[in-house]
Design a protein around this ligand. Structure first.
Ligand code: AMP
Length: 550
């Protein structure tokens, strides 16, 4: 039997790309080297503001000293609850310089979600927006281990010479310190060893397959490997601008955008949060060479009537990751952007963002039987196996659970030895995703294991039905779930949102699918919604729809 041990995916890479990736123990090492190499190069752009590598070095060093002076010790955790603002990057580098780890927190989290994370991670410090601090973070932090509070205004650093940054004359709440002011205040020189590859860089909270969010322990080595691997394969050149479409608090934004840009000496352009009109403006102004975001963000950009091919002309690479990418969206994107190829990529928080992607210059095939677009091929240094229920590897073409190992896979979850052992037996990550691999090493994600619909014993994968829905001209977004059915046990229901100005009758959509899918697969019911529920990172929340439907 031919198996993944033969690593057929390596043939998609050049001799040079296939060599072992050399990488320093941490992204911080990579950043400090870039700061020496290109001190005057802009590291961050934020609206009209810019911070050079030297600025970022000085600010993060100052903040690290200030944190240490206030009692933040090596091994402590700093919760960073910010949108894509420059202070996010300053806080991240400062925590690492002080020997600590960062807990990225989605700023949309409500009180209960935040309280769980602060408690579970035992966060000693937090940085959030001034509005969030005054809103509910102050009260939430009061009942948590947090001892140090910093705030960051989204209005800061938007202009090149923001006087508030230079003077520290902000007006934060009395019980929180303004981050740029803290960085300016500094403190005694640090006597902290630089991070080792095995030290924890991030505790990334993820719901995984079930239960309350748990913290994946992304080590410095995990992040450094994936960041350097990406830089080597992309070959963007040092002057490249990377646009931060994905949020930095999510692993895709953290690794593919931020970490890769910092070690390469690129410029990272930030625009607070995803707003399609602002993003198009930013493309026009910064002329980025690369960005990555969830497929839903690209669908939202395509829905803008003012988006033109010229807006996308600066891109050399553009990737969709973190959520399923329907083949129809790739073609719509190509048509609208004058030929730009939207490259799929697959990863998880637990493997520090990508573990499979489409090598530059290639296009992912579509499986002729299911119509699924390949997510890419595993990268050099990565092992992907497809396993049956007994944990044995299956032949090419057979679906099973995707299992990943390599230098970017986390060693486990924070304070969860049992769940760590279950998800990572022998260090190999069981992803909970079902997929298959073809003989050329292309990986296809069929669906989440737990999202499978069982209709009278027939297994329906929602993705396959969604891919058909996306070929319908009126449909903008689609999500398919299983709903209880007296006769079939479960049956197939679709939720869709429509393109601006489009009109479609649910019965006609059912008929459209019926023509294109086996009888047990087509949705028996279609409901049109204005907007489908999504996570902050753009994944459509099937879970929520299932609850509504059930
Ligand atoms: P997260 O940990 O938030 O990054 O979510 C990881 C999950 O997103 C994976 O387990 C997959 O279910 C899903 N995912 C990521 N990338 C893709 C992709 N390209 N196609 C389909 N599903 C994806």
């Amino acid at each position: 039997m031919t198996t993944s041990a033969d690593r057929p995916w390596l043939r998609h890479f050049t001799e040079e790309q296939r060599k072992d990736v050399e990488y320093p123990p941490s992204v911080l090492h990579g950043f400090l080297a870039a700061a020496e190499r290109v001190p005057d190069h802009p590291a961050l752009r934020y609206f009209d503001g810019a911070l050079t590598y030297r600025d970022l070095d000085t600010l993060s060093d100052g903040l690290a000293r200030r944190l240490a002076a206030r009692g933040f010790a090596p091994g402590d955790r700093l919760a960073v609850m910010l949108q894509n603002v420059p202070q996010f990057v300053v806080a991240l580098l400062a925590a690492w310089r002080a020997g600590g780890a960062v807990v990225p927190v989605n700023p949309m989290y409500k009180r209960g979600e935040l309280a769980h994370i602060l408690d579970d991670a035992g966060a000693a410090a937090i940085v959030c927006s001034e509005a969030a601090w005054d809103g509910y973070v102050r009260d939430t932090a009061a009942g948590s281990p947090v001892r140090i509070a910093l705030t960051a205004s989204e209005f800061d650093l938007q202009t090149r010479d923001d006087p508030r940054v230079l003077t520290g004359a902000r007006r934060p709440a009395a019980d929180a310190e303004d981050l740029p002011a803290a960085a300016r205040a500094g403190g005694p020189e640090l006597a902290v060893a630089p991070p080792a590859a095995g030290d924890t860089a991030l505790i990334s909270y993820t719901s995984g397959t079930s239960g309350r969010p748990k913290g994946a322990l992304n080590t410095h080595g995990n992040l450094s490997f994936n960041a350097h691997r990406q830089v080597r394969i992309q070959e963007l050149g040092e002057d490249a601008v990377v646009f931060a479409l994905a949020p930095l608090f999510h692993i895709t934004g953290m690794v593919c955008q931020l970490s890769a840009a910092l070690v390469a000496g690129h410029t990272l352009a930030l625009t607070y949060r995803f707003e399609p009109g602002v993003v198009l403006d930013a493309f026009r102004e910064y002329r980025p060479a690369y960005t990555v975001g969830p497929s839903t963000a690209f669908m939202a950009l395509l829905a803008r009537p003012d988006a033109t091919a010229a807006d996308f002309a600066s891109f050399r690479l553009i990737s969709s990751g973190g959520a399923p990418l329907p083949p129809a969206v790739v073609e719509a994107f190509r048509a609208r952007t004058g030929g730009l190829y939207l490259a799929n990529g697959y990863g998880l928080t637990e493997c520090s963002a990508p573990c499979a992607s489409v090598p530059p210059g290639s296009e992912a095939p579509v499986d002729p039987d299911s119509g699924t677009l390949a997510v890419g091929v595993p990268g050099p240094g990565t092992m992907v196996r497809i396993l049956d229920d007994a944990g044995a590897e299956v032949p090419f073409g057979t679906p099973g659970e995707i299992a990943v190992s390599g230098p970017m896979v986390v060693p486990g979850y924070w304070n969860r030895p049992e769940e760590s052992r279950a998800a990572l037996p022998g260090g190999e990550l069981l992803t909970g995703d079902v997929g298959f691999m073809d003989e050329d090493g292309w990986l296809y994600v069929v669906d989440r294991k737990k999202d499978m619909i069982n209709a009278s014993g027939f297994k329906v994968w929602p993705r396959e039905v969604e891919d058909v829905l996306y070929t319908h001209p009126a449909i903008r977004e689609a999500a398919v779930v299983g709903v209880p059915d007296a006769y079939r046990g479960e049956t197939v229901k679709a939720y869709v949102s429509l393109r601006p100005g489009a009109d479609a009758d649910p019965a006609a959509i059912v008929a459209y699918c019926r023509e294109r899918l086996a009888a047990y697969k087509y949705p028996r019911e279609v409901e049109v919604l204005g907007e489908l529920p999504k996570t902050a990172t753009g994944k459509i929340l099937r879970r929520e729809l299932r609850t509504t439907a059930g």
